[in-house]
Design a binder for this molecule. Structure first.
Ligand code: ZN
Length: 221
């Protein structure tokens, strides 16, 4: 099973990625982890990334692509029947085209681009309602997961706070950036008949059931 997982911040991508990878026994490949691994192991690609960061420069697309290409030739991908789930990559059409080339070269043709759909206003509510305990890192939500006493951690009584990243205006910006980059990406995979739209408004078990139905259907072919 070879999957790309798409979805805006707050769509529950992390939870679904975990469920998919456990169920289908495929490695979860996220760009964040790739960066951390390459840098902590001081690989040639990690060294290059560090050079850019030390200069205060953005890491160029081709370096990200090289990290993904390198990762897709590792043993666990082969052991999973050339399977993987990509999370956070591709983010742009340029990256998607690069992935097509890597796939063609390594006999790793993509099965699906799973697209978690959640309306903008819901995403903003989900993310901007998060509150975090500074002491134990427990997470709450002002509407969906309230502490017993407003603004106070159930476990240790510390005052909860909101991350800057989770403030309404920041969330709206993050989602706008995502939409600008990803809409063309969705069109790209639609044209290749790879896109699977999943209603991300349901609870996480129902979302996973919908994903599983599509992936299992594919397994039987
Ligand atoms: Zn706490």
């Amino acid at each position: 099973m070879r999957i790309v997982l798409l979805g805006p911040p707050g769509a529950g991508k992390g939870t679904q990625a975990k469920l998919i990878c456990e169920t289908y026994n495929i490695p979860h490949i996220s760009t964040g982890d790739l960066f951390r691994e390459n840098m902590s192991k001081d690989t040639p690609l990690g060294k290059k990334a560090k050079d850019y960061m030390a200069k205060g420069l953005l890491v160029p697309d081709e370096l990200v692509v090289d990290m993904v290409a390198d990762r897709l030739t590792q043993a666990d991908v082969a052991a999973a029947g050339r399977g993987f789930l990509l999370d956070g990559f591709p983010r742009t059409v340029v990256q998607a085209e690069a992935l097509e080339k890597i796939s063609a070269k390594n006999d790793l043709e993509l099965d699906f681009a799973v697209n978690l759909e959640v309306p903008l206003d819901v995403l903003v509510e989900r993310i901007s309602g998060r509150r975090i305990c500074p002491t134990c890192a427990a997470t709450y939500h002002v509407k969906y997961n309230q502490p017993k006493d407003e603004g106070v951690c159930d476990l240790d009584g510390a005052s909860l706070y909101q991350r800057d990243d989770d403030k309404v205006e920041t969330v709206q910006k993050r989602i706008e950036v995502y939409q600008e980059q990803t809409e063309p990406l969705i069109a790209f995979y639609k044209e290749k008949k790879k896109i699977v739209d999943i209603n991300g408004l349901q609870n996480m078990d129902d979302v996973f059931d919908d994903i599983k139905r599509v992936l299992d259907g594919a397994n039987k072919i």
